[in-house]
Ligand binder design. Structure first.
Ligand SMILES: [Zn+2]
Length: 384
């Protein structure tokens, strides 16, 4: 799965002469059939060959570009198969720089090919923007573990939490109730507080260092409640959820499952707020529009700041291949009077066009409240 580090890594590639080929392919089986994927991939490679022919590259550069395209073509023909588990594919190649990177993406991307000086990364950053980075702290009375959860992946952070190794005490004393010795339990209480303070400190630093957007705490309810007193206020505000766990025992698959439930809740909440803001602004005649017709109008004048679209929603539309005009079920282009081509899925065109004009794309779930308002809407840069 892709991360921001991968994107930075892509941008680090530099070659003296040969440009970088960036290829994106929509392999979302629910929208594009396997046969269509094959056709699109062939078309992209052909488009690439045309570009290479048309540009005045040195022979050496041209040969390398062609060989990169051969490699991409071979890769796609081997890789594309019915029932892929991912929805987008990105390939970057530059023989001169020793670059060959393939990313399987959790979201569909508009199929496109770029031959540019640096890797074309915008579709990747758009995907990354839709995911949240979670820091997950599993906390016990004497132990703690920190995990990174991002785009369905979990990684344990190499971080020791043993600020005060408790070696001389019996586990009963360390674990609090049960030990009859008051002096010892007060001592263990102090050790526990020290441990909490240290864990809170580590968490504060890692939160900023690792760019976490949200925190999730795992542990016994009572332990977590006590621990939260030690947390920095900004971190407290970013707690997205809690679940029952035990450091050293709870398995990563279980942690991931709990966090994805919490992430879904956070997402739904954020999306509902965003849709509410969009609808209120549009109804109040502010900088927002609702419905495909209005979105298309906004898009054609470059007014779309953020496009909100219901995930999985499709609708028919028409496009003028001559001047690029979009419309809903139009036979003749209002601009150039040419015949319009009919599209089975207008949404893809709209997303693609929004990406080209630098808009932010937000896919919202069907429960976010956009369905009642035309399934699609846009926050505008200026009044239209
Ligand atoms: Zn036209």
């Amino acid at each position: 799965m892709i991360t921001y580090l991968d994107v930075e890594d892509l941008l680090d590639f530099r070659s003296a002469k040969q440009p970088i080929i960036s290829l994106y392919l929509n392999v979302d089986g629910s929208r594009v059939s396997h046969d269509q994927q094959k056709v699109f991939s062939k078309n992209l490679v052909r488009e690439g060959r045309k570009i290479i022919e048309a540009e005045s590259y040195e022979i050496e550069v041209r040969t390398r570009l062609q060989s990169d395209l051969d490699k991409i073509e071979k890769y796609l023909s081997d890789e594309l198969a019915p029932g892929l588990t991912y929805r987008g594919l990105a390939v970057f190649a530059c023989q001169e720089a020793g670059m060959w990177r393939v990313f399987q993406l959790p979201r569909p991307v508009p199929s496109s090919l770029f031959i540019e000086e640096s890797a074309h990364i915008r579709p990747l950053t758009l995907i990354l923007d839709e995911y949240h980075r979670f820091g997950v702290l599993l906390l016990g009375k004497t132990q703690a573990e920190l995990y990174d959860v991002y785009i369905g992946e979990i990684i344990k952070v190499d971080q020791t939490f043993t600020a005060t190794p408790v070696v001389s005490k019996s586990p009963a004393a360390v674990d609090g109730p049960g030990s009859g010795d008051r002096g010892q339990s007060r001592h263990s209480e102090e050790e526990m507080q020290k441990h909490f303070r240290h864990a809170a400190d580590v968490l504060f630093h890692q939160f900023h260092r690792r760019h976490y957007e949200y925190l999730v705490l795992g542990g016994q309810q009572q332990v977590l409640a006590q621990f939260e007193n030690f947390l920095h206020p900004t971190l407290k505000e970013n707690i997205a959820g809690r679940f029952s766990a035990e450091p050293g025992k709870t398995r990563t698959a279980k942690i991931l499952e709990e966090v994805s439930l919490i992430e879904r809740k956070v997402e739904t909440k954020t999306e509902k707020l965003l849709v509410k803001k969009l609808v209120n602004t549009a109804l109040g005649r502010g900088l927002a529009v609702l419905g495909m017709d209005n979105v298309l109008t906004a898009l054609q004048v470059g007014a779309v700041h953020m496009l909100l679209v219901e995930d999985g929603w499709h609708t028919e539309g028409s496009i003028c291949r001559n001047c690029g005009f979009f419309g809903v079920k139009l036979e003749t282009c209002p601009g150039c009077k040419k015949e319009m081509s009919q599209l089975t899925d207008m949404v893809d065109e709209v997303i693609e066009s929004s990406i080209k004009t630098g808009s932010i794309i937000e896919h919202v779930h069907s429960q976010a409240g956009l369905a009642e308002h035309g399934h699609i809407g846009a926050i505008l840069r200026f009044h239209i």
